[in-house]
Write a protein that binds this ligand. Structure first.
Ligand SMILES: [Zn+2]
Length: 309
């Protein structure tokens, strides 16, 4: 190992498993990815073990292993809950992985890993409180405080996607049906499919979010109006978070974080909802992009000061 602390982070996604190896200063030493085995728990464990062993062979040393997964480990049962990757639900994934890899493996929610990655050496580096938001096909969130994940008693800290949309307009009630069983969850408005549905309801046309953004840039009125509604909803959702958590930085991740106008417009809209004379909270693009999940998983093993000497 040549005195080189090696951190391996695994991002377990629905379509791919990505592995990254970082040194103590966050430089990438190795990177690998494989397709996620479909619907097979044992093969998922095997794929992660192969990735870790492959990287360790390549770099010549053992590393710590952290894994970012959909869902969370239920503190009550030790089993994975809330995962949209159903193959993990009900398994002691951390214990099974630890015994397969013959070492302690740390596990956290993928949105938590995103928040941690951006807090350690990304857009929120140096900030005390970072709220990381992933808005893509779903809407998730994670909180990092002083460079560590805030997990919470129920392991759901930062999960704002299934709160109802705050300060609702008349036409937003009761809101679209959510898969969680409730109506009008933030996710039903803010996810990519939520934006597409809003545009469909207004125009009768189905477009992907990227196309709606392109139409708005081409001064298409319905698309512009739809995006303005979206920005106001995102501002209300985040204002709710600011009122409770008061983060220094909010970092957007997931597909919707590629909509550039959000970073300028949303902070101008949230002032009216936040209970404060002024709002200095920053809304920032992610620095590490798609690597954030794997990087954050690697940082589940924090750097001790002596390792930096
Ligand atoms: Zn919901």
């Amino acid at each position: 190992m040549r005195n080189r602390p090696l951190r391996i982070g695994i991002d377990l996604g629905g379509t791919k498993i990505e592995a990254i190896a970082l040194n103590a200063s966050g430089s990438v030493l190795a990177r690998r990815r494989v397709a996620t085995p479909h619907g097979d728990y044992e093969l998922t464990i095997r794929a992660i073990v192969d990735l870790v062993c492959g990287i360790e062979k390549e770099l010549g040393g053992l590393g710590t292993v952290g894994v970012g997964t959909p869902g969370a480990i239920s503190p009550a049962t030790g089993l994975i809950k809330n995962a949209n990757s159903t193959v993990l639900i009900g398994h002691s994934f951390d214990k099974d992985l630890s015994s397969a890899l013959k070492r302690e493996v740390r596990l956290s929610n993928d949105a938590n890993c995103f928040a941690l990655s951006e807090a350690v050496d990304g857009a929120g580096a140096g900030a005390e409180i970072v709220f990381g938001v992933i808005i893509g096909t779903g809407t998730g969130g994670g909180i990092a405080v002083r460079g560590k994940i805030l997990t919470g008693l129920n392991a759901i800290a930062g999960e704002w996607g299934h709160n109802p949309i705050p300060w609702p307009r008349q036409e937003e009630l009761p809101g679209p049906q959510c898969y969680c069983g409730k109506k009008g969850c933030l996710e039903t408005f803010l996810s990519g499919p939520g934006l597409s549905r809003d545009f469909l309801n207004a125009t009768g046309l189905h477009h992907e979010p990227t196309e709606i953004v392109r139409l708005a840039e081409a001064n298409e009125q319905a698309a512009e109006t739809c995006l303005r509604r979206y920005e106001d909803r995102l501002a209300r959702g985040l204002a709710h978070v600011i009122n409770i958590l008061d983060p220094d930085v909010i970092v957007l991740g997931g597909g919707m974080s590629n909509i550039q106008r959000l970073y300028d417009r949303v902070p101008r809209l949230w002032d009216q909802y936040v209970f404060s004379d002024r709002v200095d909270t920053k809304l920032l693009r992610p620095i590490h992009g798609d690597s954030s999940g794997a990087r954050g998983a690697a940082w589940l093993w924090p750097v001790e000061p002596r390792q930096l000497i």
